[in-house]
Write a protein that binds this ligand. Structure first.
Ligand SMILES: Nc1ncnc2c1ncn2[C@@H]1O[C@H](COP(=O)(O)OP(=O)(O)O)[C@@H](O)[C@H]1O
Ligand SMILES: [Mg+2]
Length: 306
């Protein structure tokens, strides 16, 4: 499936040494029932990646999530240059295992496991982006554990008074208000009840711990901005948004996103009632959903050129 590596000699260096320009490989999740086909969720994007000159390879996401990273990459060509992943979310631990398995095959992920954790988990990016996102505080917790009122209220006490939302290091249960929205951070019984429902429903999927975030009045639909090497390369509506948001002002993010030292991220942004652009969350671009009714060409062009 892989194309040959081209060799380019830069001007002025002829006869001196050569630089290998490797093919741009994108790993997509395979269809669980047809292991030689791209998962239908990503098929159109993968087709476009091929048309743009990329090489598409397949990973077995089920094998990866059950802990068999070696089997997950069995179909990835050996000895290619760094590769991008575009697929379903994986934990930071599984992502590190994916990278290790690829290294066994003479390749690696362009986004290192450390970069992935920074972008994928709120505590990884929060400090750099604190000035543009709702105030947040967290405590670590194992999946399946019951949060204590003391732990919850110690964190709640560090936030401004008022309403809040709860999530783990990666996801919320935003469609279940009774496990998401906290009306008043001072009401210990309610705060603990919302957090407990959230933790119970996350079950073994709970990622990292409990995060509380001060509620802010947002207006209008969320946009998703895609960044490659610190530069915004594509903007569109968030996959869950109804309607087309107006293009967000990105001045503050243009300065801050490069400081993350992550190669490929998304910022979900929305307008605050006071007019400022606010960051709802950062994500690793490899596992951020691209709306299927939007043309992925700008994003893929930037990725394949990076
Ligand atoms: N601090 C906040 N104040 C107000 N609304 C919020 C806040 N944080 C999140 N939301 C709303 O909840 C939704 C889900 O939050 P988000 O952090 O994006 O979780 P998820 O990872 O589950 O998408 C957001 O799209 C936004 O509409
Ligand atoms: Mg979100």
């Amino acid at each position: 499936m892989t194309g040959p590596a081209a060799t380019v000699t830069p001007p002025g260096m002829r006869g001196f040494h050569t630089i290998a320009v490797m093919p741009n490989v994108v790993l997509y999740c395979a269809d669980p029932l047809r292991p030689r086909a791209v998962d239908s969720h990503f098929a159109a994007e993968a087709r476009r990646a091929r048309e743009l000159g990329g090489t598409v390879a397949l990973v077995d996401h089920d094998a990866l999530t059950r802990g068999d990273a070696t089997a997950a990459v069995a179909r990835v060509p050996k000895d290619t240059g760094p590769v991008w992943y575009r697929g379903w979310m994986v934990s930071a631990e599984r992502y590190a295992a994916l990278d290790a398995a690829l290294r066994e095959r003479g390749t690696r992920l362009a986004t290192t496991p450390a970069m992935y954790r920074t972008a994928h988990e709120l505590p990884g990016w929060y400090e750099v982006l604190a000035s543009v996102t709702p105030e947040s505080a967290w405590f670590a917790m194992e999946p399946g554990a019951r949060p204590s009122t003391a732990d919850v209220m110690a964190v709640a006490a560090t936030l401004p008074p008022g309403a809040a939302v709860v999530k783990d290091h990666v996801k919320s249960r935003k469609h279940e208000p009774d496990a998401f929205h906290i009306a008043d951070l001072a009401a210990a019984g309610d705060v603990h009840a919302v957090v407990t429902r959230f933790a119970e429903r996350q079950g073994t999927d709970l990622a990292g711990g409990i995060v509380l975030r001060a509620w802010e009045p947002f207006r209008g639909a969320e946009s998703r901005v895609w960044w490659v090497d610190g530069v915004p390369v594509a903007t569109g509506p968030h996959p869950d948004a109804d309607g087309d948001p107006e293009p967000p002002a990105l001045d503050a993010l243009r300065e801050l996103v490069p400081r993350l030292d992550c190669r490929f991220v998304t910022t979900d942004v929305v307008r605050h009632a006071d007019g400022r652009t606010r960051l709802v969350e950062l994500g690793d671009g490899q596992v951020s959903d691209h709306p299927r009714d939007r043309d992925p060409t700008p994003l893929l062009t930037a990725l394949l050129a990076a």
